[in-house]
Design a protein around this ligand. Structure first.
Ligand code: ADP
Length: 417
């Protein structure tokens, strides 16, 4: 938060200083150029056609000095202009009529126009945005800088943090408005994701808790007297408690993988893949057997990769668990390891219900399910694939899915070679 805060203040202040510096240099250069012209004219009067008398020589020296200063100023102006143009933050200076005096590449890009085409255009031509207009008007009519968030709609929504402040000349006269635009689209997206995640977790936990509370009340209200009812209700409560436990375990698992990956704490070692894959098969053996599902492993015994064996095993268990859950009894499941360009792919293939194409882009998101009721009924938490994705990323790899409804799915875990 402190970082964000300092970032949001630092760059606008820097831009104000930069623009103020540029304007100052410009005014100075203008004055110098004027005095240079005057001196030149005076010199012409003092030293007509080829004469170089004493007063003429002194003035000529003075002209030379002024010329050198002008060159230095021009050099400085060019350097500052170069910084201004290449700044990551969008910056533009508007005159009193709200026409663009100067704009850098980043700002022009945000408005979707080339920099040279944005100059001299009116703010309203550049962006028909009432919020931006309001901020500029407020900055022009007050002494204090103003700040606000706006959304630019151009194909994809862009969320911008805007700082607008009054531009003044050396004499303190208002000459326009300086606008600094920070693109905070990614930040807002992350904030939304976090908010959605908290809402989802609360909802997921609330459902089993509500159910457990309901049965406790029913038992308190007299159901305890019937031993048969009491046993049935207790069984349901135990199942809901297991569900709560599974969600919390998966959440903890996910945050552990995420945190360790962020701190680069996950130890990767070059080792054969066969062993963790065999362990994953072993782990799912019982569940597969109860549904008469056979799992076949196709992996060259010597095939190695840089892996964290327990994590890889966990990822493959999650994929196998789904393949078993979403397949009809007696349907085959296959784990295949193949070399591919840039590394190795572990593919888990089933001939189960498959997934409609519209769900595929969101499948690896936390709590995303194609069929909520079916997933819950099967004891799913909606976190299995999110864990697989994070484990793949912790290995520097990625995940893929191909699926045809009614025919089955292939989940791929890709490891760099
Ligand atoms: P869940 O705990 O619900 O299985 P996952 O994150 O493991 O959660 O999977 C998310 C959703 O993806 C599942 O609810 C299911 O709809 C779908 N899914 C995952 N694997 C398969 C598969 N092999 N076949 C069909 N659908 C699948």
């Amino acid at each position: 938060m402190a970082d964000l805060f300092s970032h949001s203040l630092f760059f606008p202040m820097l831009s104000v200083l930069l623009i103020a510096g540029l304007l100052l240099l410009w005014v100075k250069a203008l004055r110098l150029r004027r005095s240079l012209e005057e001196a030149r004219r005076a010199c012409d009067r003092w030293a007509p056609a080829g004469e170089t008398g004493a007063p003429g020589a002194a003035i000529a020296r003075r002209i030379e000095q002024v010329g050198e200063r002008l060159e230095r100023l021009e050099q400085q102006r060019k350097e500052q202009e170069a910084v201004f143009v290449s700044m990551v933050e969008g910056v533009m200076a508007l005159d009193e009529e709200e026409r663009v005096i100067n704009i850098n590449h980043a700002a022009a890009r945000l408005f979707g126009v080339p920099r040279d085409k944005a100059r001299n255009r009116h703010l309203q031509e550049l962006a028909r945005n009432a919020d931006l207009q309001q901020l500029v008007t407020a900055a022009r009519s007050g002494d204090q800088p103003v700040e606000g968030d706006i959304t630019l709609f151009s194909g994809e929504d862009r969320h911008l943090q805007v700082h607008a402040s009054r531009l003044r000349d050396a004499g303190g006269r208002g000459i326009g408005v300086l606008v600094v635009l920070n693109d905070v689209t990614r930040l807002r997206r992350l904030e939304n994701l976090r908010r959605d995640f908290v809402a989802n977790v609360s909802h997921e936990l609330k459902t089993p808790i509500t159910s457990i509370k309901g049965f406790i009340e029913t038992l308190q209200d007299g159901a305890l007297k019937s031993e048969e009812d009491a046993r049935r209700f207790l069984e349901i409560m135990a199942r809901q408690a297991d569900r709560l436990n599974a969600i919390i375990e998966d959440l903890l698992h996910l945050s552990r993988v995420e945190e360790e990956a962020a701190q680069q704490d996950i130890e990767l070692k070059e080792q054969p893949l066969h062993e963790p894959l065999q362990a994953a098969l072993h782990c799912c053996h019982h569940k597969a057997e109860t549904r008469q599902i056979s799992i076949e492993l196709k992996c060259e015994p010597g095939l190695c990769a840089r892996i964290n064996a327990p994590l890889l095993e966990q990822a493959v268990v999650n994929l196998l668990d789904n393949a078993i859950k979403y397949s009809a009894p007696s349907s085959p499941v296959e784990v295949e390891v193949v070399r591919e360009e840039g590394g190795i792919a572990i593919r888990v293939r089933d001939r189960g219900c498959g997934i409609a194409v519209k769900h595929l882009p969101r499948l690896f998101e936390r709590f995303y399910r194609v069929d909520k009721a079916r997933s819950r009924q099967m004891g799913g938490t909606g976190l299995g694939l999110a864990i697989v994705k994070h484990i793949a990323q912790a290995h520097g790899g990625s995940v893929t899915v191909e699926s045809t409804p009614g025919q089955g799915s292939v989940f791929g875990l890709h490891l760099p070679g």
